[in-house]
Design a protein. Structure first.
Lengths: 189, 150
């Protein structure tokens, strides 16, 4: 089972995460447990991207970010696999979260000739900072921005929205117009 | 349509008749410049804005660029009112834009998403398709708010 999970992680773009509900729970509850078993394989899997999911989780727990949510969006969009949303208590805290992630990337790439840094948007204001590291996108918001933009609702509702449309097309029943005319019904001979 | 300004139709030779037809049936789309009216595709309250300055580029703004615009038409209860000067990011442009693999992308209309001076979107949702070019131009926030990515 671990081999299957590892192979799924190594090729995130190829699979469509069929049992995403199965994976979703352990992230929120017991992801740290998975972390230890992955430590042997993390060296090879994380070298492909700038930041992997476990590293992001670890950095966010080190910085003590509130309310870390991981949303797998690999089945909805093809330009990212995971969206991580974290809340900071103040604008300084939000900036600190972004700085910690960049520091982690720099540490990972120590000794390389050229540093490939993730792109950061929104660094001057501490309201909403996006760290784009390839397949994983980290959003650091403050409380007000999180309630204002409501990103979870946007990205978890997307998959649900597509299903009701098919029911609607089946539910179309031809409705006859009510004949209110006072003329007698013509009998065709 | 008559302002295309080429005299190919006057040529009598048959070989240029085919090119003459294709020239007239397609418009030459150009940059987004001062006085261009654009559609607003987020829920910030504005409906139409008029560009008053393209921030980068001498000739005008293209797909993915930022512009300064004045709100010409707005919903009655929205976050922006008519006459306000706002910044916007062009998310759909009728002028084609070349991609790095050699293909070109163009849309049917000119559309913009309103942002504030720091680049934060004013609205919370973006409607319609948005192109991938926004990721390269550091507008990932607009991409996350969008539903459909071209």
């Amino acid at each position: 089972m671990w081999a299957a999970l590892r192979s799924r992680y190594l090729h995130p773009s190829a699979t469509s995460l069929p049992s995403s509900s199965l994976i979703n729970r352990p992230w929120k509850l017991g992801f740290l447990g998975l972390n230890q078993t992955f430590s042997s394989s993390s060296a090879e899997s994380s070298s492909k991207e700038l930041l992997s999911l476990q590293e992001v989780e670890k950095v966010l727990s080190d910085v003590r970010a509130d309310d870390v949510t991981v949303i797998p969006v690999g089945n909805q969009c093809d330009w990212a696999d995971f969206m991580v949303i974290a809340t900071g208590r103040s604008s300084w805290h939000v900036k600190n979260i972004a700085q910690a992630l960049i520091y982690k990337v720099k540490q990972k790439q120590k000794g390389a000739k050229r540093l490939v840094l993730p792109s950061v948007q929104g660094q001057e204001t501490g309201k909403w900072i996006v760290v784009d590291s390839g397949r994983v996108i980290v959003h650091a918001l403050d409380e007000k921005a999180r309630t204002y933009y409501n990103l979870e609702k946007l990205w978890t509702v997307k998959t649900v929205q597509k299903e009701p449309v098919e029911d609607l097309t089946k539910a179309f029943v031809k409705v006859r117009r009510i004949n209110n005319s006072k003329k007698p019904a013509q009998r065709s001979a | 349509m008559g302002g295309l300004g080429n005299n190919f139709c006057n040529l009598p030779s048959t070989s240029s008749e085919m090119t003459c037809g294709s020239f007239l049936s397609q418009q030459q789309r150009t940059f987004i410049q001062m006085r261009t009216v654009l559609k607003v595709v987020d829920n910030s309250g504005a409906k139409k804005v008029m560009c008053i300055q393209a921030l980068k580029g001498k000739k005008g703004a293209r797909l993915g660029d930022t512009i300064i615009a004045s709100v010409k038409e707005a919903m009655p209860n929205g976050k922006v009112k008519k006459g306000k000067v706002v910044y916007g990011v062009v998310v759909r442009a009728a002028m084609q834009r070349g991609r790095c693999d050699g293909s070109e992308v163009k849309f049917d209309d000119n559309a913009v998403v309103l942002v504030d001076k720091q680049g934060q979107p004013i609205g919370t949702r973006v409607f319609g398709p948005v192109p991938h070019e926004l990721r390269q131009k550091k507008h990932v926030k607009i991409l996350t708010l969008a539903g459909h990515i071209a």
